[in-house]
Design a protein around this ligand. Structure first.
Ligand code: BG6
Length: 509
């Protein structure tokens, strides 16, 4: 049979065509913050460099500082020069700089928001932004209500059938179920749900999107992806950095709220969900909502969870302070910097399979991975001495760094006797692809401008995630200072006990 060849350049549905944003502008609140300088501004430049922004694209910063447009332009320039992924090119920068504006004001200043509205209209007239604007709230959650109200009052949230207005919200999205519901309702009073883009930057990572390709583009894994074959799943997000400079955000929040509620539960959802009927946004989110709705924290929490706080000491060759000595943290801070929980997905596919989620600061190394650990073969027709060094089969999705997938299985050790030992088979992005991966924020900002919502959690997902975590957080709220652990270690002893009780062990990635 001969296949007919269609020219992809002529087929508008061809997904390989570069997706370029249409006429639009982006307003950022919180431009002087770390996220904005290290991630958002560099990502915007990288998009411009890759030719994915429209010609009249405009960037407006809103902040308290007494700045002129060029002062803000300098901030963006320096952020880009320092943090962009792609090389700095004068011509790309100059084109981007033409559309940079600054509006000075505070969140309660009506006149400032009126000036912002004028600026957005002027940009539309001068640069053809099409009346389309995204508002990026890179600000603390207490400020969401006041800023969304100002956007509504000043007419900035209004759009008609030919234009769009979207709001982009950064976490933390509430601190428990009740506060998340309240925040959702405040935001939804101004912006309809389809105009709300909640950022979970893990969903912008290539390796995270690859979970879907690995599971649903292959025949190999899915038949084993269930309680008949899987013993347990370990989802780890370990960081070696401490919390110096982040007290204002982190103290009282802690590791579980900071990353388990969002990033790790999203990883769990993608790992455990059923196959979506398509990759339309609604279909994908429906499966995530279903699986999160079936997920529960398993107790008794004194045994099935662990919390810890890093103490001072040596990490590598450097002396580092404990959390309580970091600037801005209370001496008796009860904030956990390590959190581990046991979850169960209560459906037919996963009943009885524990999902262990853990995260921590100042651990042995920076690594994020999902390890699907399989049951042992029901029978081993070897002498017991031949399989002493044989562990469980495992499939490990290496989210970062060293992005890729590892399969672990037993193999005969060369020699005259039968001895079986674990070996690994590796796929590494660096070896298999020449394309480099875009930063998560590049993908997500582009999707906001394109109105492509698949990679953004809906309010229901956020609320379900709090519902899963709230019982553990309430239990932890009764304890004092969490168990200490030394920097450079793999967490508090309670974490090891948590798995040892079940006859399992944490992986040492
Ligand atoms: C953020 C957390 O969401 O993710 C930080 O607030 C954490 O505490 C960061 O350090 C890690 O992101 P990444 O992409 O470096 O894994």
């Amino acid at each position: 049979m001969t296949r007919s060849w269609t020219n992809p350049l002529r087929d508008p549905r061809d997904k390989r065509l570069p997706r370029i944003a249409g006429p639009s502008s982006l307003v950022i609140f919180g431009v002087t913050g770390d996220l904005s300088r290290k991630k958002l501004m560099p990502a915007i430049y990288d998009l411009a460099h890759r030719g994915l922004l429209p010609p009249g694209f405009s960037l407006v910063g809103f902040a308290r500082r007494e700045w002129e447009h060029q002062d803000f332009g300098e901030l963006v320039h320096d952020a880009v020069a320092e943090h962009a992924r792609t090389p700095f090119r004068e011509s790309v920068w100059n084109r981007l700089a033409e559309g940079i504006r600054f509006v000075q004001g505070t969140f309660d200043d009506d006149a400032a928001f009126d000036r912002l509205a004028e600026t957005v209209h002027e940009l539309d007239a001068e640069r053809g932004t099409g009346g389309n604007t995204a508002f990026y709230l890179s600000i603390p959650p207490w400020a969401f209500p006041i800023v969304t109200k100002q956007l509504s009052r000043s007419g900035l949230a209004d759009f008609d059938e030919n234009t769009w207005r979207r709001v982009v919200i950064e976490k933390p999205f509430g601190h428990d179920l009740a506060s998340a519901q309240e925040l959702n309702s405040v935001v939804n009073q101004v912006f309809p749900e389809e105009s709300v883009f909640r950022i979970d930057h893990y969903l912008g990572k290539e390796t995270v999107q690859n979970i879907l390709a690995l599971r649903f583009a292959n025949q190999l894994f899915e038949p084993l992806w269930n309680a008949h074959y899987v013993d347990h799943v370990q989802i780890t997000m370990a960081e070696d950095i401490g919390l110096g400079g982040r007290a204002a955000y982190y103290d009282g929040i802690g590791a579980a709220r900071d990353v388990i509620q969002n990033h790790l539960l999203q990883l769990l959802a993608l790992t455990a969900m059923e196959e979506p009927v398509s990759f339309e946004p609604g279909a994908l989110r429906a499966e995530k909502v279903k699986v999160l709705g079936a997920t529960k924290a398993v107790g008794p929490f004194d045994e099935t969870t662990a919390a810890g706080q890093y103490s001072g000491g040596w990490q590598g060759g450097t002396k580092v302070p404990g959390l309580a000595q970091e600037a801005g943290f209370a001496k008796e801070s009860t904030t956990e910097t390590y959190a581990a929980v046991t979850l169960e997905v209560q459906n037919r596919r996963w009943a009885g399979v524990p999902f262990y989620l853990r995260t921590g600061k100042r651990l042995g190394r920076r690594v994020t991975e999902i390890a699907v650990v399989f049951k042992r073969a029901p029978h081993l027709p070897f002498d017991s001495t031949a399989t002493e060094e044989l562990g469980e089969n495992a499939l490990v999705i290496r989210v970062q760094p060293d992005e890729g997938v590892t399969m672990r299985f037993g193999s005969k050790v060369p020699g005259t006797t039968m001895e079986v030992r674990d070996v690994t088979m590796d796929f590494g992005y660096g070896h298999s692809f020449t394309e480099s991966s875009p930063e998560a924020y590049e993908r997500l900002i582009l999707d906001v401008l394109l109105g492509e919502p698949s990679l953004f959690p809906v309010n229901e997902e956020v609320e379900l995630s709090w519902k899963i975590l709230d019982p553990v957080l309430q239990h932890w709220a009764k304890r004092g200072v969490p168990e200490p652990y030394p920097p450079g270690s793999w967490g508090p002893p309670a974490a090891d006990r948590m798995l040892e009780r079940t006859g399992r062990q944490w992986r040492r990635p």
